[in-house]
Design a protein around this ligand. Structure first.
Ligand SMILES: Cc1cc2nc3c(=O)[nH]c(=O)nc-3n(C[C@H](O)[C@H](O)[C@H](O)COP(=O)(O)O)c2cc1C
Length: 371
């Protein structure tokens, strides 16, 4: 095994351990600034509410996917197996973690390909944008390798993650970014299925989203600030690696980024499928994201915790999420996900200030939606 492969295996294990055991959540979860307006006369019945919705033409039971997390080290296989089983059972999509590890060490392939053993309704492959361009003496991932990674898990889409905040705080991080948009455009042209561009916790504004749409991305996962912050995760690793400069960067940039609800609204004003990841912990958060214009939500750390407990805990998590989402839909008089996207939604405090500064009519989200 090469040194790079060994380092990757170590890092993958560290990420899961740190996220399960340390406080690496953003200081503020901006979903708390978003409220749906109660409808005292819903004029529908709870059992008429349906949470079914398509994501890139794949029918889901809930507008949710388990966000890309893991793979590439031995213990990841059991986690991905459990997440895949639950995703199939509850009808949600699932992304695997960055698949570079299986290129570096083919022995790790089964930690990802285990997803094929379950009938997950929407499967996403995953590679990092920084690995699409030369970084020092590392060769970039080629289009053929990307196709191989998609095929290895029978993926319905390829996610390209944008994680420069994380890379900057990593002592061994990849910090070259010039040329990434051209590399994404080339992938879009040459890969048969859709490409999704995904931030990993620092969000996107509409200028970025527009460039990704112009490059041909079929969807964006706006991956905003609110939940897991990789500056905090890498800060902990930097401390173990005795790298005070990176510890300092982790501290300073811990809450850097565009809050997820703001990034969702930025995407919702453009003609693109929007996935909302970052701080989504329950069905009420999902309902808020949909009302702000998301097509689906991604849940990472919120699903990892029950997955580490066991199958029953994960089932209970998805059952509670479904019941919370259905209840929020019923209490706003929305029978479908499409109707929920038009229900009055009130954005307050700092999140409202962000939206106003970016030119959004926050009041219209309530005023013009009341029936
Ligand atoms: C253990 C773990 C590993 C992750 N690895 C990846 C990855 O390989 N690729 C990726 O696109 N995102 C990765 N992420 C980021 C998540 O997909 C998500 O964007 C982020 O955690 C914010 O969501 P959350 O607040 O629900 O945790 C990872 C997250 C966790 C918790």
């Amino acid at each position: 095994m090469t040194d790079d492969a060994e380092e990757t295996i170590q890092r993958k294990g560290d990420h899961v351990d740190i996220i399960l055991n340390d406080d690496v959540q953003a200081k503020k979860n901006a979903w708390e600034d978003v409220n749906l307006l109660h409808e005292a006369l819903p004029e529908t019945d709870l059992d008429h509410v349906t949470t079914q919705t398509p994501l890139l033409n794949h029918p889901l039971e809930l507008p949710v996917m388990v966000a890309s997390m893991t793979g590439g080290y031995p213990d990841a296989e059991a986690i991905n197996e459990r997440l895949a089983k639950a995703s199939a059972k509850h009808g949600v999509g699932m992304g695997v973690g960055s698949q570079r590890a299986m290129l570096e060490d083919p022995d790790q392939a089964s930690t990802y390909t285990v997803i094929r053993e379950h009938d997950v309704p929407f499967v996403a492959a995953n590679i990092g944008a920084p690995q699409l361009i030369p970084q020092g003496d590392e060769d970039p991932i080629t289009v053929d390798q990307a196709k191989q990674l998609v095929n290895a898990i029978d993926a319905d889409a390829l996610i390209v993650h944008l994680n420069y905040l994380q890379e900057i705080v990593q002592p061994e991080g990849d910090t070259k970014a010039s040329g990434v948009i051209d590399a994404i455009e080339q992938l879009v042209t040459e890969i048969p299925g859709p490409v999704i561009a995904k931030e990993t916790g620092a969000g996107m504004h509409r200028g970025t989203i527009k460039r990704l749409v112009d490059a041909g991305c079929a969807a964006v996962d706006v991956g905003g600030l609110s939940g897991t912050t990789f500056a905090a995760v890498e800060r902990i690793r930097a401390e173990s690696a005795d790298s005070p400069r990176h510890v300092g960067l982790g501290d300073r940039f811990r809450d850097w980024g565009i809050p997820t609800p703001v990034a969702v609204r930025e995407g919702a004003t453009l003609d693109v499928n929007v996935i909302a990841t970052g701080g989504v912990k329950n069905g009420v958060h999902v309902a808020r994201a949909i009302a702000l214009g998301a097509d689906a939500c991604g849940i990472a750390s919120g699903a990892l915790a029950p997955a580490s407990e066991g199958e029953e805990a994960l089932d209970a998590f998805f059952e509670a999420l479904r019941s919370e989402l259905e209840t929020a839909m019923f209490l706003t008089g929305a029978e479908t996900i499409g109707e929920l996207q038009k229900r009055p939604v009130m954005v307050r405090r700092e999140t409202a200030a962000w939206l106003r500064r970016l030119g959004h009519d926050v009041d219209a989200l309530v005023r013009e939606r009341i029936r």
